[in-house]
Write a protein that binds this ligand. Structure first.
Ligand code: PEP
Ligand code: MG
Length: 908
């Protein structure tokens, strides 16, 4: 049988279903599903995502031939349901053509509305509806959209406005009107003629008149938009594979621009910024869909509550609000009631917050789209908790609703209350996406990206954003627009990105040519600093200080739930008591890696350390180490005290010694003086420490084995501190870890030194402390001989930074010279230093764990490389049965949730 490429829906029937997202895209699958559950949806059909693949492999011409019969038959079906005909001059069917991938990519691909109009059909439409203005308004919109999307009409310069908008401005000026909807029928006719002329002048092509020609052009343009720059960038950001492709949905048009009983809008079953369980949204009377999101007219609220709140924020009086900006609930109470019932039904059906688009055509409500709404990190947590409390989803489902990477947002700093008091408030807009951001003003997306690359922090300020601005939005700390509402492009995209955003700050004037932002009497230029609070909508002059965020009750609830389900424990990498305390706050149950080298960099310590390194004899080295000992002991005392009996893994000195010695003249002279030797002698000794491949050189346990006195000093400091704490009544569980072991005897030799020193310490302190001696597994040879190493080592901790380096042979310090090209060419899918390479490095980890446990069944195994805080790597660690992951303090909450998700997914 010939492959099915087109799936129809309409009038309560559908060939697709919600679970066919891979084939029909999210939009196509949900339109089918809504038909099946009795939601009013205009009839149409979806061309599958597989056809998108065909488009890129065999080309548009062949695809058109393959689709022809099915598409024509599907259109016949729509005509029968709509009781009109595509291209018919007396009773025309008009179509919308939209994209829809498996995962939602809001605004990234193209849409065409009102397709099927030409000079004859528009006259027929005017006769049929008795509404000439509507017919010509639809036609001019169609020519504009089609010209932009299919025929490639774009502004030549970035500071210029869209060529069609330019023409609209000219015609409005000539007509002496301000708003689009004040244009007369004659003006609209004039617009269409001028648009077509501009298309011919810029592209050399005539605007197509044949409706089927228009349709094929639109379908191919949508497939083509899968590979446009912004879609590629969005997929990169969201990790969406290019192979998925987009579906194309063709649907009968319904019109929100047929007069005052028509409207169009966007709504959410809960608040996408805060998560509050409050139906909300925006609509415009006598408008078409794109008007609401484009931010050209400021839309009105759907609910009365929303409208009142909106007015309060903008300090509008209740009388003004009710007369000028009434809610849909007040203006169209019956339609509102129907919409409210449908949003409840859809949320109840999908059991998640829904983002819906609708149109009212002459008093009849149509739903055009529903999808699980994009939301901020805090809304994500709150909605998951609320749905659980409302008994709509289970604990396991609530955990799986958390996109772990978004938890980061909840830990971002907020403005310091004290600093806010003295900050100068410039203006207020809508709190579209919460958070605090400070940065230099830029007005164009490419500038934002360039400035960010120079290390600057920027806030992108625009009249409104469009999908072209995506890269600039991504590069910015925050987004500020003068137009648009809570559902504008800027707001939706910012929430998806987890970026702070204010929209509709209408008092501001943005001048792209002058590159200025004016509010009241204040004129700010590009490069000047502002601060924005996306939670309140406030814009401040200059930089406002920030403080760390506090975890709210919902976040705590999710973390408690995570601990209930997770088997994998989460420890932290911490080298200071401050980091250790922070990590405990975030729920770390131990330290998995305390890197001791960072402790040496403070003023007095670094001197003694340098003396130690540059000593020529063991005696001199021991003398220098004796100076370091009390400092190290104090550091460990503080850390163990902070951890209050939780296990702490302390790693012995690891980096090449060359990193510690002075390289500048002044410090070298000072050092020579302190040590009482000639400068030239000192320089000679420094030179001797230089290595061609320091990462593969004299480091890790190779140091401890050649200078056992270092290991001795560190053991004394660790266990001495623990003895003192135990005497003070504080429990300690030290784990001494030997780095970079590759050979059993490297480990055994170090273990001997550690255990001998321990006995000396215990005798001196007159008390014993339980401790373990284990190793890092960072060298492939250690992984391969893990059974031999486990015969001595009491625990393993995978140092996946070094293990990745030595497995791939990619230098940790030099990978950036080729990584971008490797990613671009898809030789590598991801940076292996960020995401654990499960096939290669992962195989070594799981094999070493198995071999180690074969000889020592109670071997404790963890990982402490950067991967310990990356969700997919954490899940892998669960699956192969590690005991814990260890990550930086701010990654701890994320790792706890990822660990729980791994356990839940495994059960499923
Ligand atoms: C590692 O190699 O993964 C590790 C944790 O050690 P470091 O990054 O300090 O080399
Ligand atoms: Mg290492």
């Amino acid at each position: 049988m010939e492959k099915k490429r087109v799936y129809s829906f309409g009038d309560g029937k559908a060939e697709g279903r919600a679970d066919m997202k891979n084939l029909l895209g999210g939009k196509g699958a949900n339109l089918a599903e809504m038909n099946l559950i009795g939601v009013p949806v205009p009839p149409g059909f979806t061309i599958t995502t597989e056809v998108c693949g065909e488009y890129y492999s065999i080309g548009g011409e062949r695809v058109r031939e393959l689709l022809d019969t099915e598409v024509r038959a599907a259109i016949k079906g729509v005509e029968a349901l709509m009781k009109n005909n595509f291209g018919d001059v007396s009773n025309p069917l008009l179509l919308s053509v939209r994209s829809g991938a498996r995962a939602s990519m809001p605004g990234m691909m193209d849409t065409i509305l009102n397709l099927g109009l030409n000079d004859e059909v528009v006259a027929g439409l005017a006769r049929k509806t008795g509404n000439e203005r509507f017919a010509w308004d639809s036609y001019r919109r169609f020519v504009q959209m089609y010209g932009d999307v299919v025929l490639g009409m774009k502004p030549v310069e970035k500071t210029e406005i869209d060529p069609f908008e330019k023409i609209i401005e000219e015609v409005k000026e000539e007509a002496g009107v301000k708003l689009d909807n004040e244009l007369s029928v004659e003006n609209l006719k004039d617009l269409v003629a001028r648009f077509k002329k501009a298309v011919f002048e810029q592209t050399g092509k005539n605007f197509p008149v044949d409706p089927y020609e228009q349709l094929w052009g639109a379908i191919m343009a949508v497939f083509n938009s899968w590979m446009n720059e912004r879609a590629i960038l969005y997929r990169k950001m969201e990790g969406i594979p290019a192979e998925w492709g987009t579906a194309v949905t063709v649907q009968a048009m319904v019109f929100g621009n047929m007069g005052d009983t028509s409207a169009t809008g966007v709504c959410f079953s809960r608040d996408a910024a805060t998560g509050e369980n409050l139906f909300n949204g925006e609509y415009l009377i006598n408008a078409q869909g794109e008007d609401v999101v484009a931010g050209i007219r400021t839309p009105q609220q759907i609910t009365k509550v929303g409208s009142v709140r909106w007015a309060e924020r903008g300090a509008i009086s209740e009388a003004d609000r009710a007369s000028k900006y009434p809610s849909m609930e007040e203006c169209m109470p019956e339609i509102y009631a129907e919409l409210d019932a449908i949003q409840r039904r859809l949320e109840g059906h999908y059991l998640d917050m829904q983002d819906m688009e609708f149109t009212v055509q002459e008093g009849k409500l149509w739903i055009l789209q529903t999808r699980n709404g994009k939301r901020t990190g805090s809304a994500m947590v709150k909605i998951a908790c609320d749905l659980l409390k409302e008994s709509k989803i289970t604990e396991e489902q609530a955990l799986l609703r958390i996109e772990t990477n978004k938890l980061d947002e909840l830990l971002h700093p907020i403005f310091d209350k004290k600093a806010l008091k003295s900050a100068k408030l410039l203006t207020k807009g809508l709190p579209a996406s919460p958070g605090a951001a400070t940065g230099q003003i830029v007005f164009f997306a490419d500038d934002a990206a360039a400035w960010k690359a120079e290390g600057k922090k920027v806030i992108i300020v625009r009249q409104e954003t469009s999908p072209e601005d995506l890269q600039g939005m991504e590069a910015s700390e925050g987004i500020l627009t003068t137009r648009g509402g809570m559902t504008s492009h800027a707001a939706v995209v910012a929430r998806g990105m987890g970026k702070c955003c204010i929209t509709g700050a209408g008092e501001m004037i943005v001048d792209y040519k002058e590159r200025t932002l004016t509010v009241g009497g204040t004129v700010l230029h590009e490069g000047e600093c502002i601060s924005i609070n996306g939670s309140t909508g406030e814009v401040f002059l200059g930089e406002v200080a920030t403080v760390a965020a506090e975890m709210d009750e919902d976040f705590k609830m999710i973390l408690a739930l995570a601990d209930k389900y997770a088997q994998l424990k989460v420890r932290t990498n911490a080298d200071t008591p401050r980091d250790a305390a922070k990590a405990r706050e975030f729920g770390a149950v131990g330290i998995g890696l305390c890197r001791t080298e960072h402790m040496f960099f403070e003023a007095d310590k670094i001197k003694a350390m340098r003396e130690m390194i540059l000593s020529n004899t063991v005696e001199d080295r021991v003398k220098a180490l004796d100076k370091i000992l009390p400092y190290q002991r104090k550091d460990f005392y503080e850390i163990f005290k902070t951890m209050q009996g939780l296990p702490v893994t302390v790693r012995l000195l690891d980096p090449p010694l060359h990193e510690f010695v002075p390289h500048d003249d002044k410090n070298q002279r000072e050092m020579a003086e302190t040590m009482g030797i000639e400068l030239s002698v000192l320089q000679e000794r420094i030179k001797k420490l230089e290595e061609h491949n320091p990462m593969l050189g004299h480091r890790g346990c190779r140091l401890g084995n050649t200078y056992p006195e270092i290991t001795r000093m560190q053991t004394k400091a660790i266990l001495g501190a623990c003895c003192q704490l135990v005497k003070e009544g504080i429990e300690c569980h030290p784990e001494i870890m030997v780095p970079l072991v590759g050979i059993l005897y490297e480990f055994k030799e170090q273990e001997r030194v550690i255990r001998e020193t321990a006995e000396e310490v215990f005798a001196e302190e007159n008390i014993r402390v339980d401790f373990k001696v284990g190793t890092m597994i960072e060298v492939p040879r250690a992984a391969l001989t893990a059974d031999r190493i486990a015969s001595s080592a009491e625990f393993f901790s995978f140092g996946t930074n070094d293990l990745t380096q030595m497995t791939f042979g990619y230098s940790r310090d030099d990978i950036s010279s080729f990584l971008p090209e490797y990613l671009e060419k898809k030789i590598l899918k991801v940076d292996p230093y960020q995401v654990l390479d499960q096939k290669g490095v992962g195989q070594l980890i799981s094999m070493a764990t198995e071999r180690g446990r074969a000889v020592r069944p109670d071997l404790k195994v963890g990982i402490c490389g950067e991967h310990g805080g990356e969700p997919s790597s954490v899940k892998f660690c669960h699956r192969i049965g590690l005991n814990y992951v260890s990550c930086s303090p701010f990654r701890v909450p994320l790792a706890r949730v990822a660990a729980a998700q791994a356990a839940v997914e495994e059960k499923k």
